[in-house]
Design a protein around this ligand. Structure first.
Ligand code: CDP
Ligand code: CDP
Length: 220
């Protein structure tokens, strides 16, 4: 049986994965999976339940039992709207801490696979191409310099009225990059066969067009 096609877009924090992946999905009429949101949900759930971020087995049980739903752009955790709450930098850092545990990663495999439905899926994260969808028709590793990414995140937060220091953001982002790239299970890496897209000097439109062109040439 032929499974619907997947475009896997991985990369470090604030490389533009979410923005580019959701626009590519919209252009193609595909579904979109923001896998980072799942790790952020586990991070939030574990904070609420006061579970130690080092306790893999307990976090795995929590991740298995979380009631999550994605509806009309809203993300619900146990029926509560947490769309905005999960986007804070502190939840991002906690997400990268809990994401090192194989028990947590294993608990989230099924829900990620369930997004792969007709006519196709664009999935973004850290291990979309290497672990979750190794048969993706197109694998993209999106990246940009740490400075460009910190600057992007800074503008994003300032636009939301959240006051932050650029130097703190750069520090947190480098801490998260280091942990995501060095963990034993499903580290952030350029998967075999992935195309690298350096976006420091690219607009969002240019990045989206490049991914669409690559997809058309694969699909042709
Ligand atoms: O999902 P990820 O953390 O990789 O990044 P994002 O939230 O999609 O993008 C971070 C910010 O960078 C957003 O405000 C995007 O609009 C911006 N961005 C950009 O300025 N230029 C790009 N080529 C891509 C994203
Ligand atoms: O938007 P940003 O790139 O800052 O983060 P995210 O994609 O929402 O992911 C938050 C954290 O979850 C990352 O720092 C990773 O540690 C983890 N994550 C992961 O391990 N595997 C994924 N497929 C997606 C996210």
């Amino acid at each position: 049986m032929n499974l619907p096609p997947v475009i896997a877009i991985d990369g470090p924090t604030a490389s533009g994965k979410g923005t580019v992946a959701s626009l590519v999905a919209e252009k193609l009429g595909f579904h979109y999976l923001d896998s980072g949101a799942l790790y952020r949900l586990v991070a939030l759930g574990s904070q609420k339940a006061s579970i130690d971020p080092k306790n893999g087995p307990e976090l795995g049980i929590l991740a298995t039992n979380l009631v999550i739903s994605f509806k009309n752009g809203q993300i619900l955790l146990n029926s509560e709207d947490v769309t905005e709450v999960i986007r804070t930098e502190s939840i991002g850092l906690r997400a990268s801490a809990i994401a090192v545990h194989p028990e947590v990663r294993q608990a989230l495999v099924g829900v990620q696979h369930s997004f792969r439905t007709i006519p196709g899926l664009v999935a973004d994260g850290r291990d979309m191409a290497s672990v979750i969808f190794p048969d993706a028709v197109l694998k993209v590793f999106l990246t940009a310099t740490a400075e460009a990414r910190a600057e992007r995140r800074y503008k994003q937060l300032i636009a939301k009225g959240i006051s932050v220091k650029l130097a703190d953001l750069l520090h947190d982002l480098q801490e998260r990059d280091a942990r995501d790239s060095s963990r034993g299970t499903a580290p952030l890496l350029v998967a075999e066969g992935a195309k690298v897209l350096e976006t420091s000097e690219l607009s969002i439109d240019q990045a989206v067009k490049t991914v669409l062109d690559w997809y058309q040439s694969k699909a042709a």
